[in-house]
Design a protein around this ligand. Structure first.
Ligand SMILES: CC(C)[C@H](C(=O)O)[C@@H](O)C(=O)O
Ligand code: SF4
Length: 470
């Protein structure tokens, strides 16, 4: 019997079988950010332990830092400065590199790591952050851990990990116009439930996944955790190798040739057996948007808010009622046409260059509707610079979008930047829980083109009508 890609990567990194369904795995890279990484570094210090390979650990300042131009260590989030400064000091003491405020490589950790060539195909990579799975888009085995585990990984370059079950999600056929990776993953979660991936490492395959850009594959993998999966990945191919080539921390010279020869073999065997298989015909995927407070509360953009009584069970029905109340909606409401207060393009889900290009194509020559606060936060300062080199910032700003410095920003409210109470926001982020983007803020998850189209219209709108395809 052949092996799946996840099984192959697992075997390569397995140091010891601990005999209880867990293995000790070798960890190639440890990533940290100032929110949880600070705790990992502090824990390590308290235990009197050193970082085993400081050159294999990296810190990004992303969660707490402000994204307004002219920012400093001072933060809107009360107490935020301490997180930033303590992390910086602890990293310096441990000899760990920091992509700090003011560094032209600063940005959201899951954007920065691939972009810098830190995440590589076949590598194991951990970070005390649930969206570490984003980096599976390059064919890395990347997963989120807790701060205590991060301290362990820093001290030993290993981790005890429970063997996951394997799942293959195959997207067959071509994507219809106006449909992208965000719609694919929302469609999957809506169809199989927000718990559908629990306990699995998912490999995304199929012609539609092969056709995606490397950045879009990261969007797909980013939300594997919103499907409750342990992680998600896409096997590296020629596109991936091309994408990684020349990145600052990627191998160079002979090492590069060796790496490429190895990466070419990183595929699931033809006779690999998965614990679960899901097939999706891409012709069935429409631009998709959430109406409620779970990623599974997603429907085609042209659809309506479903009735709570049509949920699968009483608990789900109750969750739907609560979501309707929080979102200020009722069963049967059309999504298209719902007036909005905010539009947000950013986050580790959808803030890379192709996302900004796609949104700019909708915004070009148009204006954000009166009363809509529209914000674009590029995923990294490198993305920002690349976007500016093509003039995308001019398009965003002329349309009436704020054009910010990089960071997590309004993806996640922890006392810092946020939208207002009761405000309805169409957002390219990955979580629509209550209060996620601000106290009482109502978040509708969608693709960057849907966010752009809605910002222009002043209400939830179909991007296809703006792209001349609808
Ligand atoms: C703060 C951090 C630990 C958290 C996560 O783990 O994902 C955040 O990034 C999020 O998206 O909610
Ligand atoms: S952008 Fe959002 S989802 Fe991504 S790491 Fe930051 S807070 Fe978490």
């Amino acid at each position: 019997m052949g092996l799946s890609l996840v099984e192959k990567l697992w075997a390569r990194h397995c140091v010891a079988d601990l005999g209880d369904g867990t293995d000790l795995l070798y960890i190639d890279r440890v990533l940290l950010h100032e929110r949880t990484g600070s705790m990992a570094l502090k824990g390590l210090k308290e235990q009197g332990r050193a970082v085993r390979h400081p050159d294999r650990a990296f810190v990004c300042m992303d969660h707490i830092v402000d994204t307004l131009p002219g920012r400093s260590d001072t933060t809107i989030m009360p107490g935020g400065t301490a997180f930033i400064q303590e992390t910086r000091a602890a990293a310096a003491e441990a000899g760990i590199r920091v992509f700090d405020i003011g560094d032209d490589r600063q940005g959201i950790v899951h954007v920065v790591s691939p972009e810098q060539g830190i995440a590589l195909p076949g590598a194991t990579l951990v970070c005390p952050d649930s969206h570490t799975c984003t980096q599976g888009g390059l064919g890395a085995l990347a997963w989120g851990i807790g701060s205590t585990e991060a301290a362990h990984a820093l001290a030993t370059q290993t981790l005890v990990v429970k063997r996951p079950k394997t799942m293959r999600v195959r997207f067959d056929g071509a994507l219809p116009p106006g449909v992208g990776a965000k719609d694919m993953i929302l469609h999957l979660i809506a169809a199989h439930g927000a718990g559908g991936g629990a306990g699995y490492a998912i490999e995304f395959t199929g012609s539609a996944v092969s056709a995606l850009s490397v950045e879009a594959r990261m969007t797909l993998c980013n939300m594997a955790v919103e499907f409750a999966a342990w992680t998600g990945l896409v096997a590296p191919d020629a596109k991936t190798i091309d994408w990684v080539k020349g990145r600052p921390f990627a191998p160079k010279g002979d090492l590069w040739d060796e790496a490429v020869a190895d990466w070419r073999g990183l595929v699931s065997d033809a006779d690999a057996v998965f614990d679960k298989e899901i097939r999706i015909d891409c012709a069935d995927i429409a631009p998709t948007i959430t109406w409620g407070t779970s990623p599974q509360h997603a429907v085609p953009l042209t659809g309506h808010v479903p009735h709570p009584d049509h949920a699968t069970d009483a608990t789900a029905a109750q969750a739907r009622r609560r979501a309707l109340d929080y979102m200020g909606l009722k069963a049967g409401d059309a999504l298209i046409g719902l007036p909005i207060d905010g539009a947000f393009i950013g986050s580790c889900t959808n803030s890379r260059l192709p996302d900004l290009r796609a949104a700019a194509a909708v915004l070009k020559g148009r204006k954000v509707a009166a009363g809509v606060r529209a914000i674009c936060v590029p995923g990294s300062m490198q993305v920002k610079a690349a976007a500016e080199a093509e003039g995308l910032h001019v398009v965003f700003q002329a349309a009436g979008f704020e054009w910010r410095e990089s960071g997590c920003s309004m993806c996640f409210f922890a006392g810092g930047e946020h939208f207002g109470k009761g405000e309805r926001v169409v957002t390219s982020t990955n979580r629509n829980f209550e209060n996620r983007q601000g106290p009482g803020t109502r978040s509708h998850l969608a693709s960057p083109v849907t966010v752009a189209a809605s910002a222009i219209a002043g209400h939830i709108a179909d991007p296809r009508s703006f792209l001349g395809e609808g």
